[in-house]
Design a binder for this molecule. Sequence first.
Ligand code: HEC
Length: 155
Amino acid sequence: MVKKVLFITIAVVLAGFISLQFFQPAPNNAPVTANDLFHHLEVPPAVKNKLQASCYDCHSNQTQYPWYNKVAPLSWVIADHVKNGKEEMNLSEWGQLSKRDKIGVLSGIAEVLEDGSMPLESYLKLHKEARFSAEETEAVTQWAENAMEAVLSAP
Ligand code: HEC
């Protein structure tokens, strides 16, 4: 009797899990265009690599989806992060921003690096290479501050 109940429970959970797999979000991506941040600002290679490795998955149109994005409900969590991240800041759309918004983005980057609130903790658990060393935080923050001056003095 107990065995039978256990068997039915497992079968129901498994069927539920399998049926979730039919509901997969579409990739939230687009080709690189001339609006990308890197086409507009001087970005030293080390800073560029760090931004791409740590921020571009949620704040650009160039998300690199991991293999587990094929598994619901993880894929729904990832889709949500990418959607909400891009709503706050999409570095692929840099070229379309007003001067004021550009300053907002750069100061936002410096701010989240200084308070350590980005990248999201759940992301860091699965992406060791996205972590910042003290030197990397310093380099990217310094770059963001210089870039603010460049934006302000641009025509
Ligand atoms: C796993 C996805 C993910 C990664 C990776 C990520 N972010 Fe975010 N980011 C978000 C989401 C989602 C939000 C929306 C607000 C929130 O949930 O905190 C956000 C919000 C922000 C904001 C708006 C201010 C705020 O705190 O709400 C800034 C600025 C920001 N991120 C910068 C960065 C930078 C810089 C990096 C790389 C060092 C980065 N993010 C990496 C998902 C991500």
